[in-house]
Design a protein. Structure first.
Length: 444
């Protein structure tokens, strides 16, 4: 723990200093994001802004901050509550209740302002730091042909599709992590957001534009703008915290033995990369592929051991909508009738139109879209899921089927026709093609 602080050794002075630096960094980041649009508050002498969440019971007109020169129990500062007259200051809820002469409940409180939300959210945002050697190692995994097809970052239109994420600190935190991940790679992405939240996204310093009125509308608008620019389109969800590539597992043969897969995964080196490097890597493999896929993506689960059930690259599997790249030449668009699971339809349409997609089963994401507030979570329910599943199964009866164990989920199992070329069959199964068109059998 180190030297004892003012908490009887529960938290060391070094840890408190570290927390104080974090608070200072969060408030500076907030000021940078808001600039001149930041709310002007005249704080009483001895008080200043903090990063605590506004209490649900604090009445309108009251400020909450920290006492100057204090560290509190954690180094975050001693929380202080300031009355509307900006003279009376209190440190505990019971003292405020005694001053007001009543018990305070949620009915007395008011929602936090955007400035208050942002201060609390910035406190939660970790420092995004990337190791250049990881990206060097990533591109070494490419073949000579793939390396020759490696695009520059300026040749890709980077888009973040988001909606209703600025109403609470966790959503803002997720958006800021994505933005900082791009910033660390020298890119400022364009955000496609709902019209109601547009100004809040812009107040965060994002290059934000209104979406097309829906999730699919936003995705199609991003694809259309990329095509107009003559660039490939990379679409990213707003709640990805990390992009990871397991290059050491590239040449591992597919295995159904889960224990063996777990053992290999634990021993493999993880390359933490930027979304920019990930998109360039996928495009290089797509452009060097003889099958000519126009859509590329990553493993749809964060568990890399599950990816070892497949070859390193497959061409007829589901491409997750949270992170994908699409070539400008493709005319495939998202079906506006779908409000959820639109990426299943998009994948099927690409396979039907172009004969293949490219999924990198050694690249994974850390995503929180099932638990994060806002976005598709705000409309996801059993009835909506079933409505979209019905549309998918009607449109793709031979490719989409219900998941055998997970309720309200589906599986994509694209059937390779008997007349398909050996290369297409081999690529779909992960096998190699020998001379004469025969496929190399899997090793036992």
């Amino acid at each position: 723990m180190g030297a004892k602080g003012a908490c009887n050794g529960l938290i060391s002075r070094a840890e408190k200093n570290k927390m104080a630096a974090k608070v200072k960094r969060a408030l500076a980041a907030k000021q940078t994001a808001l600039g001149s649009k930041a709310q002007k508050i005249k704080w009483p002498i001895g008080c200043l802004e903090g990063t605590f969440k506004r209490p649900f019971w604090l009445p309108s007109g009251w400020l909450h901050g920290v006492k100057v020169g204090t560290s509190g129990y954690t180094g975050r500062g001693l929380q202080v509550f300031i009355a509307p007259d900006r003279v009376h200051k209190f440190y505990h809820r019971v003292a405020i209740e005694a001053y007001l002469g009543k018990k305070l409940t949620a009915k007395d409180g008011v929602p936090p302002t955007f400035d208050e939300l942002l201060a609390n959210a910035m406190h939660r945002v970790p420092v995004v730091s990337l190791r250049p050697q990881h990206e060097v190692a990533l591109f070494r995994c490419l073949s000579d042909e793939e390396r020759a097809a490696l695009p520059d970052a300026k040749d890709i239109h980077f888009c973040v599709v988001s909606a209703r994420r600025t109403d609470e600190p966790q959503g803002i935190k997720g958006c800021m992590i994505v933005q900082e991940s791009f910033k660390a790679a020298g890119i400022k992405p364009r955000w496609y957001v709902d019209a109601k939240s547009l100004q809040n996204y812009r107040r965060l310093g994002f290059d934000a534009v209104a979406d097309g009125g829906s999730l699919c509308g936003a995705r199609n608008k991003a694809l259309a703008e990329a095509k107009k620019l003559g660039k490939a389109c990379c679409q990213v969800s707003d709640d990805i915290s990390r992009w990871v590539y397991y290059g050491a597992l590239d040449n591992i043969h597919a295995t159904k033995d889960q224990d063996e897969a777990n053992r290999l995964s634990r021993r493999a080196r993880r390359l933490v990369i930027s979304p920019v490097a990930a998109a360039r890597f996928l495009l290089a493999r797509m452009r060097a592929s003889e099958l000519g896929p126009k859509l590329g993506g990553v493993l749809p689960t964060g568990n890399i051991a599950r990816g070892l059930a497949h070859a390193s690259v497959t061409t007829h599997h589901f491409i997750l909508g949270d992170f994908f790249v699409s070539e400008a030449q493709s005319e495939v668009r998202f079906d506006p009738k779908l409000t959820l699971k639109e990426d299943y339809d998009f994948t099927c349409s690409h396979i039907e139109r172009h004969g293949a997609v490219l999924r990198c089963n050694r690249m994974v994401l850390d995503v929180a879209h099932y638990s994060n507030a806002g976005g598709a979570v705000s409309i996801r329910n059993a009835a909506e899921e079933q409505k979209n599943i019905k549309i998918l199964m009607t449109k793709w009866p031979k490719a989409i089927r219900k998941h055998p164990t997970r309720e309200n989920e589906v599986m994509l199992a694209w059937r390779i026709g008997k007349r398909a070329s050996p290369k297409a069959k081999a690529s779909a199964s992960g096998k190699k093609v020998l001379k004469g068109g025969k496929m190399k059998a899997k090793r036992k």
